[in-house]
Design a protein around this ligand. Structure first.
Ligand SMILES: C[S@@+](CC[C@H](N)C(=O)[O-])C[C@H]1O[C@@H](n2cnc3c(N)ncnc32)[C@H](O)[C@@H]1O
Length: 229
C-alpha cells in the first residue's frame, strides 16, 4: 500500500471517523458486501467489460469492491481511499494508495474504468468537491473510458429504511439497523447534503459523461457513463 499524508478532505475529528468506521465494519460482513458488489457490478454490465482493463476503485474503503472486481476476473486493479485504517484491512492484490479522491494520484488518460460505490456522498462540499472529483475522473480516464457510480438516492424505499432504522425499538432489535443509523448519524451533514441535491448530482454526471446507464430506484443511483472518445 502506498502511503501519503491525509488531505484536508478528511472529515472533522478522528474519533468521529473511528466511530463511523466501526459502525461500517459491523454493518455487514466482508463476504456479504463482496456478494452485494458482485451483484451490482453484473447489474451495471461489468461482465461485458474487457478483463484486461485497468480499473481503479475510488473511495475504495476496506477494498471489498476490489475483491468483487477480482472475483469477476479483473486483474489490473488499483484502489484509492484516504483512510489508512480501512485500506490496511484490504488483503487482495490490487495496488492501493492513500490519497484524496479530489486529486487522484494518476497521470492523464491512463486508466480504462473508474468505479465508486458509496463514496461521493462523503464529500464535504457540494457541488465544489463533487465537481473536483468528477473532473479528476475525466482527467484520468482514457478516451471512451467508463465511470460507474452507485450512491444512495432519496427514493420512497430509502425514506422507509430511514424510518425503520431510527425507530428505537427496531434499531435496538436489529444490530444491522443500529450500525446503519450510527453511520448516518456520523455522516449526517454530507449524507443529507448529497440526498438533498439530486439535480446538482445528476447534472454534474451528465454534463461530463455520455450516459450508458442511469437509474434511481430502491434507494440507489446507478450510473455508468463514458468519457468522450
Ligand atoms: C462507505 S465507504 C466506501 C466503501 C467501499 N466501497 C468499500 O468497499 O469498502 C466511503 C469511503 O470514502 C472514503 N473517503 C471519503 N472522502 C474521501 C476523499 N475525499 N478521498 C478519498 N477517500 C474518501 C472514506 O475513507 C471511506 O472509506
Amino acid at each position: 500500500m502506498n502511503s501519503e499524508p491525509k488531505n484536508s478532505g478528511t472529515p472533522a475529528g478522528d474519533s468521529v471517523q473511528s466511530v463511523w468506521e466501526a459502525a461500517y465494519q459491523r454493518f455487514e460482513t466482508p463476504e456479504a458486501e463482496i456478494r452485494k458488489f458482485i451483484a451490482r457490478l453484473r447489474e451495471m454490465g461489468a461482465e461485458e467489460w474487457p478483463r484486461n482493463a485497468e480499473v481503479v476503485e475510488i473511495f475504495c474503503g476496506r477494498g471489498n469492491g476490489l475483491h468483487a472486481l477480482s472475483q469477476l476476473g479483473f486483474a489490473r486493479l488499483e484502489g484509492v481511499d484516504y483512510s489508512p485504517a480501512l485500506l490496511a484491512r484490504y488483503t487482495g492484490s490490487a495496488k492501493c494508495t492513500v490519497a484524496d479522491c479530489r486529486a487522484l494520484p494518476f497521470p492523464d488518460s491512463s486508466r480504462d474504468i473508474l468505479v465508486v460505490q458509496g463514496g461521493l456522498h462523503h464529500l464535504l462540499e457540494l457541488p465544489s468537491d463533487l465537481e473536483r472529483s468528477l473532473d479528476e475522473v475525466v482527467r484520468v480516464l482514457r478516451p471512451g473510458g467508463r465511470f460507474m457510480v452507485v450512491e444512495p438516492w432519496l427514493t420512497p424505499f430509502l425514506r422507509f429504511v430511514h424510518a425503520v432504522a431510527f425507530f428505537p425499538p427496531t434499531r435496538a432489535a436489529w444490530g444491522k439497523l443500529d450500525a446503519l443509523a450510527t453511520m448516518i448519524e456520523h455522516e449526517r451533514t454530507t449524507y443529507e447534503q448529497w440526498l438533498g441535491q439530486p439535480e446538482v448530482v445528476l447534472n454534474a454526471l451528465k454534463s461530463r459523461f455520455r450516459v450508458e446507464r442511469c437509474s434511481t430506484t430502491f434507494g440507489k443511483l446507478r450510473f455508468v457513463g463514458r468519457k468522450a472518445d
